[in-house]
Design a protein around this ligand. Sequence first.
Ligand code: HEC
Length: 186
Amino acid sequence: MRRSAWVCGAGISLVLVAACKDREPPAEYRPTATVKDIMDSIVDPSADVLWDSVVTIVSAAGIEEKRPRTEEEWLTVRRSAVQLIEATNLLLIPGRHVARPGERAEDSKVELGPEEIETLINGDRQAWTNFARGLHDAAVPALKAIDAKNGEGLFDAGGRIDTACENCHLRYWYPPSKQAAAAGRQ
Ligand code: HEC
């Protein structure tokens, strides 16, 4: 009797250790920045460089197609494409928090708070992985277009990148259900 109680106790504590370990980042990773930081420091600035590099400006003077032209300009957009592509892997590092403790949603009427976002992510890691991969796979054609110095290809990839950002944000950041609830309250 005593012995089986001990075995059971040991069994329970093993399960607890395993459950606790699930929440710790694997030893080889040191996630320091939050998802919010990665958005602000890497994803957003690198995507902006890509989007701003291929624009069509319509004015009284006519239509101006802005495209990277010099080697230097192509190199600049290439660096941003690499940053954007690899940032999608950074988003998948286990144990990374969405925001620092105490950080709140800017507009809590239409945005989920960091804790709600984190619960959503941890409740279905596969969905989060798919959204991050969606951005990865939208950004790879941008790199290919850059290597081929193909301005039109880069423009097209820019549209797909925008959709990949929006798909993830609609799921985790400002879901339509939250916006509808906010509209109903007005
Ligand atoms: C895999 C999901 C995912 C993808 C893909 C994604 N984001 Fe985000 N993004 C988030 C989440 C979650 C937040 C909310 C984090 C927070 O602010 O609490 C966020 C927040 C942001 C923010 C606000 C950051 C801040 O300082 O509050 C910006 C800007 C942003 N994303 C830009 C982008 C852009 C641009 C893209 C595409 C190039 C993109 N994101 C793709 C998940 C994603």
